[in-house]
Design a protein around this ligand. Structure first.
Ligand code: ZN
Length: 346
């Protein structure tokens, strides 16, 4: 085995297990800070709470920055209903079908956690018949049933639950013997695990880099402004490490690293893409180039903010993205390989 796969898996599971809906990322960021500190790796924290690890290279005026985002989808309490159920509003963009029946945790402002389930407002076929089946899964028709004996709005308020509280969905993380990784939020926690692995590898192996290279752990990607600010000043190349999109009519795959040529925000830098593909070819890293029809990344966010940078988007192929996602270790390892090899490319 080329890399310590178990280390990567353990780190990924830990990251997946810490809830971090966009706008509620303090805990996951703290975990990453502790993880880095335990290996004496220095970092900077931005005002918005993102982390930046910088590894110095020969050339400091031309810098590369890789990003991955720790924020995920989730929901927020929108109202407490008279029945004692909670109305919710989604954080980030997803189909409500994807969370129908899912277990969740409600976290109050004072830090108390309550268990619950996402249900439609007509969850039983024995009561609502065809209506239960046909009810459109939209936020207005979904609610959280709290696992407490609550029968009124007052009962819920007594628990300390309020509008604005955070709802985290269970990730149902499972890694099979043959390398499939199934979980919510592989977008983009798989890439966060990849970057942490790369950082530790570069430092441990004392690999000399041609360019100073930054690793930006962003925390507001799902709402579009993760990398809109605070990129290291000399960043000339910005490579977002985020999921590829395999599936219907797509060229991406769960078994290779995916390189995006274009997404909704437009084409990525042509020459940077060419360089990344070349690194794959020279190092026999399995890859696929693809175009994503409904997608934008932290690289798009940085461009939109006005940064004068070359951008690229690479990452593991994540099937059923923003739902119950799946990838394979092959895809994660190929992406580790591409990031590591590209870092060393003069
Ligand atoms: Zn993402």
């Amino acid at each position: 085995m080329k890399y310590n796969e178990q280390l990567l898996k353990d780190s990924l599971i830990k990251i997946l297990n810490i809830p971090s809906p966009t706008g509620y990322t303090e805990k996951i960021i703290q975990y990453i800070k502790d993880d880095l500190s335990s290996e004496n790796i220095l970092f900077n924290e931005t005002n918005k709470g993102a982390l930046i690890v910088t590894i110095n290279g020969k050339n400091d005026s031309y810098q590369r920055t890789f990003s991955a985002h720790v924020d995920t989808l989730g929901a927020m309490v929108k109202a407490i209903k008279g029945t004692g159920a909670l109305a919710l509003v989604p954080l980030g963009g997803y189909m409500m079908n994807a969370v129908d029946g899912e277990n969740c945790t409600i976290t109050t402002l004072s830090g108390d956690n309550y268990s619950g389930t996402v249900q439609s407002t007509k969850p039983s076929v024995h009561i609502s018949g065809i209506d239960a089946r046909e009810l459109k899964r939209i936020p207005e028709n979904m609610e959280i049933i709290i696992d407490e004996k609550v029968f009124s709005k007052q009962d819920v308020e007594k628990l300390g639950i309020n509008v604005g509280d955070i709802i985290s969905f269970d990730t149902r993380t499972r890694i099979t013997e043959n390398g499939f990784v199934k979980s919510r939020y592989l977008d983009d926690k798989a890439s966060v695990a990849i970057l942490l692995f790369v950082i530790k590898h570069l430092i441990k192996e004392k690999i000399q880099l041609p360019f100073t290279t930054n690793f930006f752990i962003s925390n507001y990607e799902e709402v579009g402004h993760g990398a809109k600010a605070a990129l290291p000043e000399n960043t000339k190349e910005f490579i977002a490490v985020d999921m590829g999109a395999p599936g219907l009519d797509q060229n991406s795959s769960e078994y290779v690293t995916c390189i995006c040529a274009k997404d909704t925000s437009g084409p990525y830098d042509y020459n940077l893409r060419k360089k990344l593909i070349n690194v794959c070819k020279v190092n026999a890293i399995p890859y696929k180039v693809d175009v994503y029809p409904f997608y934008s990344s932290d690289a798009s966010a940085a461009l939109g903010a006005g940064y004068d940078i070359k951008t690229a988007l690479i990452g593991p192929g994540v099937f059923a993205s923003h739902a119950y996602e799946r990838t394979h270790m092959d895809s994660i390892l190929a992406t580790v390989d591409l990031v590591l090899k590209y870092c060393q490319e003069a």
